[in-house]
Design a protein around this ligand. Structure first.
Ligand code: 0X9
Ligand code: ZN
Length: 314
């Protein structure tokens, strides 16, 4: 089919292409997939997700992708990953696919994503105007209602790239996502928020580097499993890991911190390739290597979670 042919992961796709592809996937694998709707964006677009479930009683894994508009590698990887879960014949991947319930949102910041394709490749934020400024958009990864604006973890300046918004949950995309996560949190054991770039696995907390989650040792051990598995690949990247505030910078109101606060005890920001050579404008030749190493990393991460008892039904 047209949508499937254009989807060889040899170039980056537009939102329209991703949605057409998603429609085909949902139709082709209707026995094990189901669409879910997160909500509606500021500009009126539907934010769509796919649930993949081969059997009842599986632990849940949530993947949020492209909350930042310009981070195109994240939705390219999420869609490749969906395709592998549904069509791979590799034993390890079949096992991965069939022993978890997957909730995957390939493009959360739909308005911003369209804007990066049509107007400004490096746009990051949402597209909702701010009443007190001529600058547009809020950093959606600073807008969750979790330690919002604390410790300088987001900017108060509407023109800044990390503007936290006029209020927590001011962005319709984040209000909707926050409610959706709440509605499935009792079925979700692990949340991964896909970002680029820097090759990092960032656990809570983002709002302070003076306190750490009560299961921080486990969060480090699980992140290490991901990093070790990826690094062992012949083409694998080197990942560093630790709490977001201690490894990167203070950032409050992010998805994985919200998920953690809601009781999803394994919750990371995954910063994908590269380490700055191309940055956000990663050439399409890196899509498949990046996606493959992400898959290997996630297999190792979930194996470690299982070992530590985090995949028991909640
Ligand atoms: O600043 C961000 O939102 C993320 N980095 S990015 O370059 N993709 O913008 C990192 C967020 C990590 N912090 C928390 N999870 N709190
Ligand atoms: Zn990001």
């Amino acid at each position: 089919t047209r949508a499937a042919e254009s989807f060889g992961w040899t170039r980056y796709n537009t939102l329209a292409e991703i949605e057409a592809w998603l429609d085909e996937i949902l139709a082709k694998y209707s026995d094990v997939t189901e669409e879910f709707i997160v909500g509606t964006s500021y500009e009126g677009r539907t934010i769509r997700g796919i649930k993949i479930s081969y059997k009842t009683g599986n632990p849940g894994v949530f993947i949020e992708s492209n909350i930042h508009a310009r981070e195109w590698i994240t939705s390219a990887t999420a869609t490749w990953f969906i395709n592998e879960l549904l069509s791979s014949e590799d034993e390890l991947v079949r096992q991965l696919a069939e022993s978890h319930d997957w909730y995957i949102v390939p493009v959360l910041n739909v308005d911003g994503f369209v804007y990066t394709h049509e107007k400004d490749r490096l746009w990051r934020k949402t597209r909702q105007p701010v009443s007190t400024s001529s600058c547009i958009g809020t950093d959606p990864n600073r807008n969750y209602d979790v330690h919002w604006m604390e410790n300088g973890g987001a900017s108060k300046d509407p023109c800044a790239e990390d503007y936290g918004g006029p209020n927590p949950l001011s962005e319709p995309e984040i209000k909707a996502m926050s409610e959706y996560i709440k509605s499935v949190k009792d079925k979700v054991n692990v949340l991964l928020a896909f970002h680029s770039y820097s090759q990092l696995l960032l656990s809570p907390y983002g709002h302070t580097d003076e306190e750490f989650p009560d299961n921080y040792d486990d969060l480090l051990q699980v992140a290490k499993a991901y990093a070790d598995a990826v690094e062992a690949l012949p083409y694998g990247s080197v990942f560093r890991y630790g709490s977001a505030a201690s490894v990167l910078y203070t950032a409050s109101g992010a998805t994985n911190d919200y998920a953690y606060q809601q009781g999803i005890k394994i919750a990371y920001t995954v910063e994908m390739r590269d380490r700055g050579t191309f940055g956000f404008v990663l050439p399409p030749a890196f899509i498949i290597p990046n996606a493959e190493e992400t898959l290997i990393g996630i297999i190792a991460l979930l194996a470690e979670c299982k070992k530590l008892g985090y995949l028991a039904l909640k």
